[in-house]
Write a protein that binds this ligand. Structure first.
Ligand code: ZN
Ligand code: ZN
Ligand code: ZN
Length: 365
């Protein structure tokens, strides 16, 4: 099934509405989304150029042409290659060709060196971020993307099932993280990140696993993710090494209820802000509102973090095909923290959880 042709069609409609005359993306998730090509982010530019009419064009180094041929899934692609001594960005400027005063959208992940070179090649144009037209498209997955996210969700579920075997008193966070990375690799193509935060470190949401040895009564937050077929997993569970610290069990029960309520509230027509409010409500009532220091979640797809943001006050309406994390937590400095994170997909009439491992506190040993 051709998914890239229809994506370009939808992109052109959005460009038209937004008054964007040309769009240029460099290697990264936007390029992969639009063309299928997982290009190398080299100092030699590879640029996909979308104009209102005419076929999509790609400016690519001659030595990458075999890969372009093999991996780009756009059948009407116009290829402009350049040699080692050519000015690639001047060539790209000619291919973009938008008139003086035209609006050109550049991919958000484009290197500054390319951005400045294109601006030099095309003076007098208006420059905007491509996310304003691409991000809302990418936020709503097609059926094929939802199935890929479901598959990578099953792969990370499987890793969490094995976490209790890997967590041992006396092991360092780093040792545990290395072993988890190997487990992730066995079911994914790549490892994106491994957070193992033990004891007081669990109060730091993005803790980097280090030399701390896991101790009796530690709470351990394990947040892990990888990619499969380009699509990302991201899943958190909280574990306890034997008996939990004072006060933790009651707080964890509130968190578990808050996460479940937020997932249950997901359906078309709800706003992202409403989902955040549902997750926050029970934690605030329990006096843990200030300890929930981050948004409730983020969209996920070809990037681990992408739109929509599940953020207080957001009036972005949920529509079928949106996929995002629901990951409330609480963090008490110097003591402990906890987080529960699942990926969910908005379905026609509700929600489809893409992670299914239980949410209760897992007591190890
Ligand atoms: Zn994160
Ligand atoms: Zn996470
Ligand atoms: Zn996340």
């Amino acid at each position: 099934m051709d998914v890239h042709g229809p994506r370009l069609g939808r992109l052109r409609e959005r460009m038209d509405v937004a008054g964007v005359d040309a769009l240029v993306v460099a290697p990264g998730s936007d390029l992969r989304y639009l063309s299928g090509y997982d290009a190398l982010p080299l100092e030699r530019p590879t640029l996909l150029i979308v104009r209102p009419d005419g076929p999509p064009a790609m400016v690519a180094p001659r030595l990458e042409l075999a890969r372009v041929e093999e991996e780009v899934l756009l059948d009407d692609l116009e290829v402009h290659s350049y040699g080692e001594h050519d000015d690639a960005l001047a060539l790209a400027g000619r291919v973009i060709g938008a008139a003086d005063g035209a609006t050109v959208a550049l991919g958000d992940q484009m290197w500054t060196s390319f951005t400045l070179g294109l601006q030099r090649a095309l003076p007098g144009r208006r420059w905007v971020a491509a996310s304003r037209v691409i991000a809302p498209l990418r936020a709503v997955k097609d059926a094929d993307e939802v199935e890929r996210l479901a598959a990578v969700g099953r792969a990370i579920d499987e890793v969490h099932r094995h976490v209790p075997e890997v967590l041992r008193v006396g092991r360092t966070e780093r040792e545990v993280a290395d072993e988890l990375a190997a487990l992730i690799r066995s079911g994914h193509d790549t490892v994106s990140f491994v957070i193992v935060a033990a004891g007081p470190n669990s109060a730091s949401p993005h803790h980097e696993p280090g030399a701390r040895r896991i101790a009796e009564r530690d709470v351990v937050v394990v947040d892990i993710g990888g990619t499969l077929d380009g699509y990302c997993s991201d899943m958190t569970r909280t574990y306890a090494m034997g008996e939990v610290p004072d006060g933790f069990a009651a707080a964890y029960d509130v968190l578990e209820a808050a996460q479940a309520a937020a997932v249950a509230a997901v359906r078309p027509g709800m706003t992202a802000g409403q989902i955040d409010a549902v997750a926050r409500e029970a934690l605030v009532a329990a006096g843990l509102g200030d300890a929930f220091v981050h948004r409730t979640g983020h969209g996920i797809g070809l990037d681990t973090h992408e739109e929509p943001w599940i953020l207080g006050g957001s009036d972005v309406a949920l529509v079928p095909g949106m996929t995002f994390s629901v990951e409330p937590g609480f963090y008490l400095d110097g003591r402990y923290g906890a987080r529960i994170e699942d990926i969910v997909a908005v379905s026609a009439d509700g929600v489809r959880p893409l992670n299914v491992v239980g949410h209760g506190l897992v007591v190890v040993g």
